[in-house]
Design a protein around this ligand. Sequence first.
Ligand SMILES: [Zn+2]
Length: 493
Amino acid sequence: MAKTHTPKASELLFPMPRTVEDREGFFRFHDGITIAIDSAFKALKETAPTLLHVLMGGEDILVKQQAGFSSEGYSLTINNRQVVIKASKEEGAFRGISTLRNLYYTSDHRLPCCYIEDSPSFAWRGFMIDCSRHYFSPTFLKKLIDVASLYHLNRFHWHLSDDQGWRIPLEGWPELEKVASKRTLLQYTDGRTYGRLYTKEEILDIQAYAHARHMVVVPEIETPGHVSSLLAAYPQFGCSGGPYEVQDRWGIFDEVLCAGNDQVLEFLEDAITQMASLFSDPYIHIGGDECPHTAWESCPKCQKRMQEEGLTKAKELQSWMTSKICAMVSKKGKHPIGWDEVLEGTESLGIPQDLIVMSWRGVAGGIEASERKHEVIMCPNTDGCYFDYQHTDDDEEMGNLGVSSITQVSQFDPLAGLKNETARGRVLGSQGNLWSEKITTGRQAEYMLFPRLMVLAERLWNPQEQEKTLNRIPLLYKVCDALSINCYRGPLA
Ligand SMILES: [Zn+2]
């Protein structure tokens, strides 16, 4: 009889670590396994036992601090009696725990002996969830953050405002909750309303949960377009004065924030000030995408602003506003991020140099931004980074607007098209984006995200030959099963 093949660690790991040496034997992960964690890693003492379902009080698993690793770097040694993780920083130790946890799922709790040394290729490894079009519950967001952290992702981009709903709690602006957070679902005849804000407590709780997993939270407030919900609550912020409504259809809407009204700037300053204190991480995303300039062309206030600022084209008002909003973000000690449209209409006024550009309409915006010395996050909808797109070109598949196949994701390179080392050095990394116009439940979101997001995670952590990545996709199904994730299992291309 043929001997059963015992998989080696190198056949069970995803993302693939930088170095893996397979060794003989295995470590059986049974009930009652113990862990000891270096006293330098205080937060890990709280999280690791729960994540691994192990107990403090012994050294079956030993996590030690040791100099010489990069901030996210670690080593992991598994022999048949003990598991040892070494790292210089707590973040590195956490990545080591994640690799161990991942191996626990893929090896059916029988971990092959090995030696691993690991560190990431890109600093920015993220995912974006649109919580405006669909309000995702805090419990569900935590589930996503946990799975993402298992694949070493470290940025949660939280899209919190759009035409179809406002989700950011701001003191002193009661209409945001009463009006902007709710829409009437037009497809129903019973006048049902939909939506709510996240409370401050929920945001702080989600943030703490993310931080325990070394995930940075990046909140986004859309400006100056995609603001129908805000205008419905405060019509004086629009050029025409309204009335406006929270939209229940999808698209790009002509009414945007009035660039000639100082009250708009006062609101934004207050919103950003409150967001800067609620969200403790160093970034605030200011939107900037798909902002029509038509309302500005016929608005007397906007025209007056253009005259005062010496602008000849309405589109230049966007760069004027971008600069104002960036300054508000910078003043709070945060880094502003904007979608690639922020590069347009900037000939006379420019945009602040500290603005990080997120390239979504292909890679051209990211390439231009890097040439203009901005830091860049590459998430092109043309190359597999849009997870609201279908997995395959099949009418019966969920998703819209395009296709992001697993095959496409498995060959995505955030540095493609960048000419030289300097330009490449400005690319922080990438992220997968999930817009939720056509997603109405968390279960659907899981189907769109997984396993594509896991494949992208490997591209950003330690990219492999395409075939090697695709051959290991069944490992991802296994983890999805273990974590009750409704993942896609259809054709890869
Ligand atoms: Zn105006």
